[in-house]
Design a protein. Structure first.
Length: 119
């Protein structure tokens, strides 16, 4: 059944979707499919542009890794603080928890100010 043979009550977007699927599937059947190359590996892109793209990807990755390590470290300090408080070291646990919280807030405030200054 071709798209032209369908009843007229089929919504327009469904017909358009079927047409696009048929036209995109034709090259796959003949074996002449177009290969999509990521921009940072495309040989048509200049070396400088590829380097900038790769550098941006590395910066984003490092930012995510830094956030994960900061979160894990903050949770570990918080757990140590709770453990100290539960083992009758209230003053030490409170000081450790307070320092952890103040340091975390300070890092986020300084990070935002640094991002505003550079961006």
């Amino acid at each position: 059944m071709s798209v032209a043979d369908e009843p007229t009550d089929v919504p327009t977007f469904v017909r358009a979707l079927k047409e696009s699927m048929q036209t995109e599937a034709a090259p796959l059947a003949t074996g002449s499919a177009r290969v999509v190359v990521p921009p940072h590996k495309d040989p048509k892109v200049s070396a400088k542009a590829r380097h900038i793209m790769w550098s941006d990807r590395q910066d984003a990755f490092q930012a995510w890794v830094g956030m994960i390590f900061a979160f894990v470290l903050a949770v570990l300090f918080l757990a140590a603080s709770v453990l100290l408080i539960m083992n009758d070291h209230e003053v030490s646990g409170t000081i450790l928890g307070t320092v952890d919280l103040v340091a975390l807030v300070t890092v986020f405030i300084m990070g935002r100010q640094g991002a505003k200054a550079t961006g």
